[in-house]
Structures are given as structure tokens and as C-alpha cells.
Design a protein around this ligand. Structure first.
Ligand SMILES: [Zn+2]
Length: 709
């Protein structure tokens, strides 16, 4: 899930931010703006049928002003601070901002255009300033601190106690205890950081589009299927250029590299990806990210921390950069030994074919595919006809959730969407009572950011009487009109992953918006999603969705068995490229404030060498210059969390395995003790209360096939 921390803002004041006195465009905001009043649609779904691009910015600016007025009223309350008149009152603020920003975040990430991009650029520093205005409001903090100090004597229920502690910590973390002069400096740093982050995202979006591989020579596309070549021709036509276009995905490796037979074409496509944001033009991100890293270190120093990473990890499950680094360092030897043995197998194949060259990054997927075929005899073109997107969604992803938790789904064609390909489903609980709305936006578009993510339009809260409205976004290839969307098994896993986040949002059953659903620590939030991936491979689920898109026949048992046997194929590469990206992230963010401005290429090389991950054939999953999670999204000093939560996911699945596997009883217990609880408990305790023990890496090593054979 991408941009979790910034996207999940709806409801409560938690991550919104207080600003500038009079919003410049507040005058444009009035009853004609669809955000003016809460949506009257079912579940308060956003009225996309009425929203114009020009509605978002005035509503967001008016929402910031409204929230500041509300916070100001709380801080000036003549009555002595109480839990109700301070903490609960704060939870009720920012409703307009919440609904406008949630809808804006969705469209500006998944269906953007120049108007929305311009609004985003203008709003970024204002939102950062708004957040500062609230967290640096001394009167407000004094009230929170007063309640915090006497919390033990207030006889609060556990969730309310948690709210007091979490909100107090957020204020301190944001600088509430700084001197007035330091608060001014902090505001400047926050605004600059936010503007740089937004600049990075905009540059990268353009750079990724510009970086597409273009050719007019169809012989260079040898290896692609006829349908893929037709899609490349259609993409070229869509862009008004001759020939063929293969658009870039946001990762270093590109899907077509597994198929292109022409080595020079592979090298060219790879270079386009590797250098997409390092061309010395307006879309070059290096100066932006170097300054951003420096500025983050300076901000951490101001707040009393040794580094940005130390500041970021204080409220995480890992708690310190050292703990995260130690966890990763322990995985490096296992991962690199496995990827080295995979590389040796690939080189042997190249040599057997008298290739006469040394394996490079752009060869890896092409030859790994052949090794896979030789070893397991699986051809993706043989597999994909069994994974038709809509069928995978309804008979796989939804079906697993139905079996585990008893929930059911019905499509709602009456709910307006922001783009015609988006589908909406009502999710009903076991009792038949409506539980949530779920939107799925699965196809790649040029005006959509890369990757896949979950977020929400409305967050669950008993206090606000709101039910969750959540969405999943992905970048799966859109078929030509009339053709089925056939996806890879990896894409199937992505759908289960994002839906795991969706379940975490939809099952939320808490009082306060600040503690709701996925508003947990980064190194916990990927646990429900990675855990949910396991069900894609569970036999009774797999056999239900893996059916031929024409004949409806189940996948032949021999092929299904091969997929299961092959699931850990290339795991050394996959883990090594993730570790390299996670180490890069952490190395950038443990820099102290007095470190000089870095040259990103030199820094990257040295950081990878230091962690024994400088392996030419296994480059990082994201390079610094296109690592949008850490520069544009909320994952700075947090990419390790994917691996940390993998440990939780596998360890957690082991519990199911030990207790009878996929049963309603197991599902209900997990929902009750984990998925419904948001951030209402200390997360390590929540986990071990459910699991019966603290997590270990044993199950992770087993499921990833990393134990020496
Ligand atoms: Zn995720």
C-alpha cells in the first residue's frame, strides 16, 4: 500500500494538518460545491458524478480553515481540560477536510490531469503548514498534556487510554515541546520537505512516461505475444507516435524483459528504466532527493533525534533503526547466497546456449524464465488463461474472504466512480448487515501512479457513525477492447495483497477515527495484506478461481502443482532486490544532520557496497532516483517494513496452519483480535495476544524456501 500515511486522512484530525489564516480561494467555496455537505450517497460515498476538477482545491482549503476554527475553539474552551472536551472533541474535527482530501488523493494519484497536478503542487505546502498549525498549537498541546498527565485517574476504557497516549506522542513527535523560535524553523523545514516530495512525484510521473521504450522496428519486439505487440502499437497510437511503445512500470525490472529475445532491445529497455530519472533534464530527480534527505536529517536534529530514521521509528514496532538494520543484516547472507546460486544456474544455461556473455540485470528474467521452464515446465502463456481478472476477483479474492469471515459481495452499479473502469461492491456482514463499500481500480493508465495501493474515501468510526468506504488500485495491463484481462500469478498475489489491506479497513470496529483501520504503524500495516496473500495458494481457494476463461475448466492438477512447486523459484532474487531497496532507504535516512549534500549515484553505490548488496545482476527493486515510496510517499525509513511484516504474515499463517487452516472459527478469531482493532492496542501485544507468542523468522524462512536444502 502506497502513501498510507498521507492518504489515510479521512475522519478525525489525526494526519491532517492548520494553516494559513484565510484560504486564498475560500470565497469559491459554497453550497454549489459538492463537498459543502456530507455526501448523501450510501455510505457517504464521494459524489464523483457531480465533482469537477475545480471543486477539490477550494473545498480542501475551506476544510483546513474549518478545522483550524474547530481546533481553536477547543484550545480556548474556558472549562478545564477533560478527555471529552479535548480528545473526543478533536476527533470530531476536520470532517470537510477529510472528505475532500480523501477524494482528491484518490483522483490525483489514480486518474490525474494537469488541473489536479497543479492543485496538488499548490496544496502540498499548505497541508504541511496546516498540520504544523495544529501540532504546534501550544494551548491545544497544554490541554492534551494535562489530560495525559492525569490519565491514570480518569478511569478511561482501554481504547480511550490508547487515544490519549497516541495523540500526546504525536504532538511531542511533531515538535510541540520546542521553543517558539524552533517551532518557526520546524514549520519552514516541513513546508520545504513537502514541496520537494511533491516535486519528486511530479518529475517521476513524467520521467516514467517519457522513459517508455519506443521503436518502429517490430523485429526488436520478438518474443512478445501478438496481443502484446498489438497493445504496444495501440499505446504508440494513443501517444501519437509511430511504431510501438512499451510503457515503464515503476520497478527496476520490466515485465517485457522476461520475453524479449533481442538482447540489445532488453538492454535498451532496462537502461530506459534504470536511467529514467537521471537524464539531466527537468525530470531528473537527483538534486530533489539529495536535498530532501539532507533536510529530513536537519529536521530530525531539531526534534532531538540522531537521524530521520531514529525519529520515524520511535513509534514503530521495531522502535529503532538499529533493530531494523539488524533484522535486515541477518537476512542478507541467506538472500544473497540464494540469489548467487540462482545466478549460477542462469549462467550455466547461457553458457550451454553458447551465449558468450556474462549475465546482466536485463538478462535475468529472460533466462530465469527458461530455467523455470526447464525446471518446472511452466509457460506464463499457458498459465494466464486460467487467471481472468474479474474471475480472480470474485471467485478468488472475495471467495476466500467469504470462507474465512462469512462476508458477501454484491456489485453496486448505482455508485458513481471517478473513472469508467472502476467497479464498486457492497460488502455485507455474516448477519446480512451492510459492512462497507469496496472499489476496485485495476488497470494501468498513463495518468495513474505506478504500483498498487489501498486507501479509503471514508474511515470507520463508531463516534462519527461512519462505515468504511475503501478502494484498491493496481496497474494490471488493460486488454484490447473485447479481450479478457488475463493476468499472471504474481498479479493474482497483488490482488490478494491489496485486498488484505482492504479487509483491515473494512473490518475496523473502533470508536475513534485516529485509531481506525489501517492507521497503524508502517511495520504492522503490511501484515494483514501479506498474510492475505497466503490464501491465493490455499488449495480450496485456488481450485475455485483458477479456471480457464473460455472453457471454465479448472486448471489441470499437474499445472497447478507446478505453480505451487515453483512459487519459491527466483526467491533469492526477489528477496535480495527488496533488501537492497530497504537498505538504500535506511542508509539515506540514518545520515546525520551535518552530513554534506550527497551525490545520489555515489551514495547509492557506497551504501549497497557497505551492506554487501552491490550485485550488478541483482539491482535494487527501486533505485534512489525513482524510489517513490520513500521520497514521494509515506515510507521513508520504512521500506524494511515490507520484510518485517512478511515475518509477521508468515508467522501468523503458521498459526492458521497449526490450527486447522482455513476455517470460519480461525478467521473470526483473527478478525476479532487483530483485523477489527486498528491501532487501539500496542501492536506487539495485539500480535502476541492473538498468536500466543512473539513472532520469529522461522516460518518466513520456510515459506520462502531460504533454509539450506
Ligand atoms: Zn501493501
Amino acid at each position: 500500500m502506497k502513501n498510507l500515511q498521507t492518504l489515510i486522512t479521512a475522519g478525525g484530525f489525526a494526519l491532517a494538518s492548520g494553516g494559513l489564516a484565510i484560504p486564498a480561494k475560500a470565497a469559491d467555496f459554497g453550497p454549489a460545491n459538492p463537498f459543502y455537505a456530507p455526501s448523501r450517497l450510501p455510505f457517504q460515498a464521494p459524489p464523483f458524478d457531480k465533482l469537477k476538477d475545480s471543486d477539490y482545491q477550494p473545498a480542501i482549503e475551506a476544510g483546513m480553515a474549518e478545522e483550524l476554527r474547530e481546533m481553536d475553539a477547543i484550545s480556548r474552551n474556558p472549562a478545564a481540560p477533560t478527555f471529552e472536551n479535548t480528545l473526543v472533541a478533536m476527533e470530531k474535527t476536520g470532517r470537510l477536510l477529510g472528505r475532500a482530501l480523501a477524494a482528491f488523493d484518490a483522483v490525483s494519484e489514480a486518474d490525474t490531469n494537469p488541473t489536479l497536478q497543479a492543485a496538488k503542487t499548490e496544496l502540498a505546502p499548505k497541508l504541511a503548514a496546516h498540520e504544523d498549525e495544529i501540532y504546534l498549537n501550544a494551548k491545544l498541546f497544554n490541554r492534551v498534556e494535562t489530560v495525559f498527565q492525569k490519565r491514570e485517574s480518569l478511569h478511561l476504557d482501554p481504547e480511550s487510554m490508547r487515544l490519549v497516549e497516541v495523540v500526546y506522542d504525536r504532538f511531542v513527535h511533531a515538535g510541540a515541546k520546542l521553543s517558539d523560535a524552533d517551532k518557526v524553523r520546524l514549520k519552514q523545514l516541513n513546508e520545504e520537505a513537502s514541496a520537494l516530495s511533491d516535486a519528486f512525484t511530479n518529475k517521476l510521473l513524467d520521467a516514467t512516461k517519457q522513459g517508455a521504450y519506443e521503436t518502429s522496428d517490430p523485429s526488436l519486439l520478438a518474443g512478445l505475444s501478438e496481443a502484446q505487440i498489438a497493445a504496444a502499437a495501440a499505446a504508440a497510437k494513443g501517444r501519437g507516435v509511430p511504431g510501438y511503445v512499451i510503457a515503464l512500470q515503476n520497478t527496476t525490472q520490466q515485465p517485457a524483459l522476461s520475453q524479449l529475445t533481442d538482447r540489445a532491445a532488453r538492454a535498451a529497455l532496462f537502461q530506459n528504466s534504470w536511467l529514467r530519472a537521471e537524464r539531466g533534464d527537468l525530470n531528473d530527480t537527483r538534486a530533489t532527493l539529495a536535498r530532501l534527505a539532507q533536510l529530513r536529517a536537519q529536521r530530525a536534529a531539531l526534534l532531538g533525534f540522531a537521524s530521520h530514521a531514529a525519529w520515524k521509528l520511535e513509534d514503530q514496532m521495531a522502535k529503532t533503526p538499529e533493530a531494523a538494520l539488524q533484522f535486515m543484516d541477518a537476512l542478507v547472507p541467506l538472500a544473497t547466497a540464494k540469489s548467487a546460486s540462482e545466478a549460477a544456474g542462469i549462467q550455466a544455461l547461457i553458457d550451454a546456449q553458447k551465449g558468450g556473455f556474462t549475465l546482466q540485470a536485463w538478462d535475468w528474467d529472460f533466462y530465469a524464465g527458461q530455467v523455470r521452464k526447464a525446471k518446472y515446465d511452466i509457460d506464463q502463456n499457458e498459465v494466464k488463461p486460467y487467471f481472468e481478472l474479474d474471475n480472480v476477483l470474485e471467485n478468488g479474492v472475495f471467495h476466500a474472504a467469504h470462507l474465512l469471515y462469512g462476508i458477501s459481495f454484491k456489485e453496486r452499479r448505482d455508485i458513481p466512480v471517478y473513472q469508467a473502469d472502476v467497479r464498486v461492491f457492497e460488502v455485507d456482514d455474516v448477519s446480512g448487515k451492510p459492512l462497507a463499500l469496496f472499489y476496485g481500480d485495476y488497470f494501468k493508465r498513463d495518468n495513474k501512479n505506478g504500483g498498487a495501493w489501498m486507501s479509503q474515501f471514508v474511515g470507520q468510526s463508531k463516534l462519527l457513525k461512519t462505515l468504511p468506504v475503501v478502494y484498491n488500485v493496481a496497474n494490471l495491463p488493460k486488454p484490447a477492447p473485447g479481450q479478457p484481462a488475463l493476468i499472471s500469478f504474481n498479479d493474482v498475489i497483488t490482488m490478494f495483497h491489496e485486498f488484505g489491506h482492504a479487509l483491515h479497513g473494512m473490518f475496523s470496529n473502533v470508536e475513534y477515527p485516529s485509531l481506525s483501520g489501517t492507521s497503524t504503524a508502517r511495520d504492522f500495516v503490511e501484515f494483514p495484506s501479506q498474510f492475505n496473500e497466503h490464501w491465493a495458494m490455499y488449495p480450496s481457494v485456488f481450485n475455485h478461481y483458477a479456471r480457464h476463461h473460455v472453457s471454465g475448466e479448472p486448471m489441470p492438477a499437474a499445472l497447478a502443482e507446478k505453480i505451487m512447486r515453483a512459487k519459491n523459484f527466483n526467491e533469492g532474487y526477489a528477496l535480495t532486490e527488496l533488501l537492497a531497496a530497504a537498505e538504500l532507504d535506511m542508509q539515506w535516512h540514518v545520515l546525520p544532520a551535518d552530513a554534506p549534500l550527497q551525490d545520489p549515484d555515489a551514495f547509492e553505490k557506497q551504501a549497497l557496497a557497505k551492506t554487501h548488496l552491490d550485485i550488478a545482476a541483482v539491482p535494487p527493486r527501486y533505485r534512489s532516483s525513482y524510489f517513490s515510496h520513500i521520497w514521494g510517499g509515506g515510507y521513508s525509513a520504512g521500506y524494511y517494513a515490507y520484510l518485517w511484516t512478511q515475518m509477521l504474515a508468515d508467522d501468523g499463517y503458521q498459526w492458521f496452519d497449526d490450527h486447522g487452516g482455513l476455517t470460519r472459527a480461525n478467521g473470526d478469531r483473527f478478525r476479532q483480535m487483530v483485523l477489527s482493532r486498528g491501532n487501539t492496542q500496542e501492536l506487539g501485544k495485539m500480535y502476541s495476544d492473538w498468536r500466543g507468542a512473539a513472532p520469529t523468522v522461522d516460518a518466513m524462512m520456510k515459506y520462502r524456501g531460504l533454509r539450506p536444502e
